[in-house]
Design a protein around this ligand. Structure first.
Ligand SMILES: [Zn+2]
Length: 230
């Protein structure tokens, strides 16, 4: 019991004097049973859905990668601009050697290093466009990646995977002094996407999906008539 709300409930419940006979404590209303779910529903605050929710959380996403993307959407990463302001690090410069200040917008994907990784990955998914810093890129994703077809799904998977691998590379450069080039990072991203696709039962066989599958080396036998099934 590690929230003040539950501790308060526990304290109040213990001070209730039960009489002899039929006095019973009920949860919320008479006859309703206590469960962690019911407690959570009763005490947590509901907020309206953010416009980027479907970009981060969707059917058959990779939770670890979606969590990384979720942190980025909240601008909740300890980038070097913040750490430098607090005096934790001596430099606020991007670790990819471009000379700019490391911020969320720069890291995803205003930096020419991470921007090239994302641009190449987008091309594999069938999108050719000029990549922007995160505030612009997120707007494009929210507007463009709507719907549930295979191309939309795989591009959302690619975005979260790209952000995860770029952040991991940034950390490995800073904390372990280990450097990978952009080609190795791209290969790691694409092999993660391929493995994710191998977990699908069917990819709808149409020209667009065939192109994406051939560029990402996804096996032909996953392509079949009928809607994509994850
Ligand atoms: Zn940079």
């Amino acid at each position: 019991m590690n929230t003040w709300e539950l501790q308060e409930i526990s304290g109040l419940a213990q001070s209730i004097q039960l009489g002899q006979g039929s006095d019973i404590i009920h949860w919320v209303s008479k006859g309703q049973k206590y469960s962690c779910k019911a407690a959570w529903e009763a005490i947590h605050c509901r907020h309206s859905k953010v416009n980027w929710a479907n970009m981060v959380w969707f059917s058959n996403c990779i939770p670890k990668h979606s969590f990384c993307l979720w942190l980025s959407c909240h601008y909740a990463r300890w980038t070097r601009d913040k750490l430098h302001r607090f005096g934790v690090v001596g430099s606020n410069r991007c670790i990819f050697g471009c000379g700019n200040v490391e911020t969320i917008d720069h890291s995803f994907f205003g930096c020419r290093f991470t921007g090239a990784v994302w641009k190449q990955t987008l091309a594999k998914c069938g999108f050719k466009r000029i990549v922007q810093p995160w505030n612009g890129e997120a707007k494009w994703v929210i507007l463009r990646l709507r719907g549930k077809n295979f191309k939309i799904w795989i591009t959302k998977i690619a975005l979260a995977t790209c952000i995860y691998h770029c952040w991991m590379e940034r950390n490995s450069r800073i904390f372990r002094n280990e450097f990978k080039d952009s080609i190795s990072i791209q290969n790691n991203i694409w092999s993660t996407i391929q493995n994710k696709c191998l977990g699908m039962t069917v990819i709808e066989d149409n020209p667009s999906n065939r192109d994406i599958s051939s560029r990402l080396l996804i096996p032909d036998w996953l392509l079949e008539p009928g809607p994509t099934r994850c």
